[in-house]
Structures are given as structure tokens and as C-alpha cells.
Design a protein around this ligand. Sequence first.
Ligand code: ARG
Length: 461
Amino acid sequence: HAGRLWGGRFAGGTAPAMAALSRSTQFDWRLAPYDLDGSVAHARALHRAGLLTDDELAGMLDGLSVLREEVASGAFAPGEDDEDVHGALERRLTAVVGAELGGRLRAGRSRNDQVATLLRLWLRDHLRLVAGAAAEVVTALHDQATTHLGAPMPGRTHLQHAQPVLLSHHLLAHAWPLLRDVDRMRDLDRRLAESPYGSGALAGTSLGLDPTFVAEQLGFASSVPNSIDGTSARDLAAEAAYVLAQVGVDLSRLAEDVILWCTYEFGFARLDDAWSTGSSIMPQKKNPDIAELARGKAGRLVGHLAGLLTTLKGLPLAYDRDLQEDKEPLFDAVDQLLVLLPAVAGMVGTLTFDTERLASLAPRGFSLATDLADWLVRERVPFAVAHDVAGETVRYCEARGLELSDLTPKQLGEVSPLLRPEVLDVLTVTGSIDSRDGRGGTATVRVREQLDEVETALGQA
Ligand code: ARG
């Protein structure tokens, strides 16, 4: 039964279509280095339990390090008849160390606890990589925000002009979600730090093997408290899929801003040549493909999360083969983000902003109307009245094709006697921005503070 870890109770061979369906080496082979780590730890546990002699342990470890080299160099790869990564490696180990010794390694473990452990090991390593790449995007946003500190832009709600904000404030608003994602990954790592090894098929380990010892060898903080849960739970896989999808969604929202900013109509920003693409027919085109791929891949990542949760829903305990479907969505989500994140970081870092245009558009669309109302409130006018007066002022301007800042003292008086000429002092972009100086606001002092906070958060990421 080469490459298959079962067969004694089966009379004949496996139907080819059955084998084709069952085979998972095409995607789980990337767990091979982790499988070998697990085998090393397991061999030591067998030795401690008196089930391998000193010589046998030494022979086993030698064999496993031969395999490690063969896997790394590609000298050994799974064959057609190998069902999964576990079977392929055991087949090769047996060939290297002999059937007598090779056949001893499987005692007291199951592919169910193995694969659950390997997936956690893989996730712990790869979420760290994704977090590092996400931090690079945050760095690019932080750099742009530092460069442009002081530059105003139109702030929008409902995509309509709302209130002026600092460009840096807007850029940092994209940094915080990504920093929370980085924090989520770190937090999830704490939950991933429990080893299922020793759970066996479902009921736990016999033979006096010590799951805590194996856990320590593999860098886990502890072993799982329940072997059924250890082999059948995939909530942590789903949580990983969620965090990865959330990174995708956060990049997608950033991407959508970039796409809008780079349109002819907005004209807020320009993409660098190295980080954009042309058209095969239209010579003038410069397309935001990175941003569009970010937006597109977000859909794919959300799909992985939805697919995995749907697979888990309704699965009885303990292990079911459905669980094999946990790996591909996670592998793909990580693969996609590891190519996407560096591209987004490059795109953001090389954006050129038209700060003059941003500044001239900032007060337009009556975006200073709230400042007018706030001025009245400071004059002890109730906000409801102030809101009405400001609204009437907007109507007055709209009818005459004026902006709020264009109004003369005489015109202000026509709208309402409450509007003394002093109100004109707050009807400026800088006045508006720097008046929003409560914590988290867009005032320059607060944004400077935020830049420091982002830097601190990056230092901890
Ligand atoms: N390849 C399987 C998985 O990824 C592990 C093998 C468990 N197979 C089994 N028949 N119990 O979940």
C-alpha cells in the first residue's frame, strides 16, 4: 500500500476516481516541513515513553533530516499514489530508514491530530508574514501623511463634500484598520499557540506519550485541553480566514479611494508609472490596476471565509473528511495577500498628490457651513437655530453662485442679523480644520499626535 496509510482491512485496490478525489498532495505538500517538525517531536516523545531505543531515535532523526533536505531541494516529491503529505513522507521515511524503523513512527498519532497541528504551525508562521507586509502599507501611508502634513482636502460623507480635513488625517484613517488587523493576527496567534498533537484520532493518546512535551518542541505554549476539540475544531482556521478577508476589505476601501482620486474628474492624485499599467489600444491610459486587483481580491478573500464557515456549519464531531477543505482557502488567502500587500505599499508610497487642487476644492460645496453654525453656538445661539441660519446662508449662496467664504459682511447681515462680520474669521479652511482639535480630530496638532501614535503602533507590530 505504497503512499497510503491504511489498507489492511481492504481486499482490493482503490478505484482511480476515488483516489483522485481523495488525493490532497497537490495542496498539502506545502505542509511537509511542518509535518517533519511534528515527526521529530513525536519521535522524541516515543523515545521518552520507551517505545524507541536510543539507537532507533538516532536512526529516525537521521532519516527525518535526510527527508528534510530532499523536501527542501525537491529531490523528493509526492507521487501519483500518495494520498496526502503524511503518507508521502512516511513512504519515503520507510524507504530511507527501512520498514522496521519507519513503521514505528506512526504509533500513537493520527493524521487527524497531525494535520490540525500542522495547520496551526503554518498559520502562525504565515500570519506573521502577512502582518509584516500589512505594516509596510501602514508605513507607506504614514510616510505620505508626514510629507503632506498641513495640506487640506475636501472631506466627504455620502461622497458629497462635508467638511475640510487634512489629507494626512484621511491617509491615516486607512492606517488604523490595518493596524487593527495586525493586532488581530497577533491576538489570534495566542489562540493558535495550543498544540493538538497527542489528540490522536479523537480520543487522546495512549502509549504514555506526552502532548505537553510535543507542544513545547513545536514552539506551542501548551497542548489542547480536549482531544475531540483539538482534532475537529476549525474555528481558528475560520478566524484566520476572517482576518485575512478583513485585510482584503481594508485594502479594497483604500483602493477605491485611490481609484476615485486618480480619475480625471477628481484629479486629487497621480499614480507613479512603475505602479500603474497602460492600455493595449488607448495610448493615453494609465490605469490603477493594483487598486482594482485589491478590490477584486477582496471579493475572493471574503468568499474563502464564507466557504469555510459553510463547510463547518453542521459538521458533527469529531473529525470528518470535510475538514480537509480548510487548507486551500487559507493557503490562497495568504498567497494573494503576500503578492498584493507589497504592490499596494508601493502604489501608496509613490502617489503624487495635487495639493493645490485639494486645497482649492476643500472649502467648496459649502463645506464650511458647520463652522458657521458652530460660530453661532459659541455666540450662545441654540444649535437648532444656528443650523437653520447656516442652512439659509447656504441657500442664499446657492441662489447667487457664491461660496460661503465669498460672502461680504453686508450679505451676511441680509441673511441674518445674527451673522456679524466676525463670522468670516472661521469661514476659512485652516480655521475650520484647526478648530477640530478634540482628540482624534483633524486639527494639525492632533494629526501630528496621530503620526506619533501610528509610529508607536508600528514599532509594536
Ligand atoms: N488530509 C486530511 C485533512 O487534511 C487528513 C487525513 C485524515 N484522513 C482521515 N481519513 N482521517 O484533513
